[in-house]
Design a binder for this molecule. Structure first.
Ligand SMILES: C[S@@+](CC[C@H](N)C(=O)[O-])C[C@H]1O[C@@H](n2cnc3c(N)ncnc32)[C@H](O)[C@@H]1O
Ligand code: SF4
Length: 408
């Protein structure tokens, strides 16, 4: 069936010679009380219908994407490993049969899914960059987070994973947990380094209004004291990791020298598949419906499940570009005219001089690099923005499968 939205997507893909792909697999075996992501409990029959819907969505994009090289592929969730023995293989095969895949796979996983067999399957499927949600390495914090494993169990899982031929094993950890001390944060970081993980992504815990924690404890943005506590925790991780051969590869992540970073989609323009998958195609950003049943029903009718569209002016595209490059903490100015046809300094020279004067960035004729202080303030800003702004949009999108502002 010819979709009425495809011509606009086709236009968005005009002159795009390199594309990223994001695939959202929304199933989890349990729902964690702090988690803001779009997820639902795993049920085999729902996962099977979801698998078929994703295959249809891939087919709908086949012609417009054509043979453009896909140079970045990220599978996020939810917990993608819930579908490891239940459909992930066929989805990946269909992606490789349909698109011109020129990249390895980066994928999220839950420690409890990573048995020996599961790790072998991941390697066989071509996952080269694996992320594991560790979160903390003190049993009392794991209990408070309702994580279904002990420190001993997750340690064994990490040992098994780093022994496999992944190019990068990332461990997620959260800090600024209720009652957590700076030394507990440093202890978790140091244990992860000793266990041999290649990357540590350390997130200060956000309390989003639509989560169980947000509903029971409220979701105030951090006050001054809390901001200082978080700064001390992050500083302790920075000194530990810089002294043990890690470099900063994004606002949150530190990667061992010489190891390619585990990261989400790395190219500026990308296509998102799955419920809540987002696509950014030059002058349009759109989001699939968050509702898993609505996503499935839409594709069963042969229609793309797009729920919300934002047309982006040139200035918005430039601002989005700058935000993501700052998020990666360093970039070449010459990449900007390659994309927009105007010199970087022409648009952002003054802003860079201010960031440099405030000690937030190091700027020369060709390169911009965020300092540790700059990275910290970007994440304070992100805290504020994501809880107050994105949190509300997210909550709305989760409640309403087809928001009224849908434009396409
Ligand atoms: C999709 S989850 C990880 C994969 C898997 N579902 C799991 O839980 O192990 C992505 C990561 O986001 C982080 N995260 C989740 N909720 C968070 C919150 N409220 N604040 C900060 N980080 C959070 C956690 O570190 C988590 O590992
Ligand atoms: S933290 Fe991971 S396992 Fe827990 S609900 Fe979120 S996505 Fe699912």
């Amino acid at each position: 069936m010819l979709e009425h939205r495809l011509p606009q997507i086709d236009r968005g893909l005009n002159n795009v010679d390199e594309l990223g792909l994001y695939l959202h697999l929304p199933f989890c075996r349990q729902i964690c009380p702090y988690c803001p992501y779009n997820k639902t409990l795993y049920r085999p029959e729902l996962a099977e219908r979801y698998r078929r819907a994703v295959l249809t969505e891939i087919d709908l994009y086949a012609d417009v994407v054509g043979d453009r090289p896909v140079s970045s592929f990220y599978i996020g969730g939810g917990t993608p490993t819930t579908m490891l023995s239940h459909g992930l293989g066929t989805i990946l095969k269909h992606i490789h049969d349909t698109f011109n895949m020129r990249c390895s796979i980066h994928m999220e996983s839950h420690p409890n899914d990573l048995t020996d067999d599961a790790l072998s399957m991941l390697v066989d499927l071509g996952v080269e960059h694996l992320s594991i949600g560790v979160e903390a390495l003190q049993d009392h914090h794991l209990r408070a987070l309702r994580r279904p494993y002990t420190v001993e169990q997750v340690t064994e899982t990490l040992q098994r994973a780093v022994a496999r031929p992944f190019r990068c094993v990332n461990a997620d950890m959260m800090f600024a947990l209720p009652g957590q001390t700076v030394s507990e944060v440093a202890q978790t970081g140091s244990m992860l380094v000793d266990l041999g993980v290649d990357q540590i992504a350390a997130y200060p815990v956000f309390t989003f209004p639509h989560t169980t924690w947000g509903q029971t404890n409220g979701s105030a943005t951090p006050g001054h004291l809390e901001v200082l506590r978080r700064r001390r925790m992050l500083s302790s991780l920075e000194s530990l990791l810089y002294n043990t051969g890690f470099r900063r590869t994004s606002v949150w992540a530190f990667t061992r020298d010489q190891v390619p970073a585990y990261c989400s989609v790395t190219v500026p323009l990308y296509l998102g598949l799955g419920a809540s998958g987002g696509s950014y195609l030059r002058d349009v950003f759109y989001l699939n419906t968050f509702s898993v049943p609505a996503y499935i029903r839409s594709l069963e009718r042969g229609q793309l499940p797009i729920a919300l569209t934002v047309e982006l002016s040139e200035k918005m595209q430039m601002a989005g570009w700058l935000y993501w490059r700052l998020y990666e903490t360093h970039f070449r100015k010459s990449a900007f005219p390659e994309r927009f046809g105007v010199p970087f300094d022409h648009e952002y020279g003054r802003l860079m001089r201010v960031l440099s004067a405030l000690g937030l960035a190091r700027v020369d004729d060709e390169r911009v690099e965020l300092t540790d202080t700059g990275a910290y303030w970007l994440h304070v800003f992100q805290d504020f923005f994501s809880i107050d702004g994105v949190g509300r949009i997210w909550a709305e999108a989760m409640d309403t499968p087809w928001p009224r502002q849908a434009v396409l």
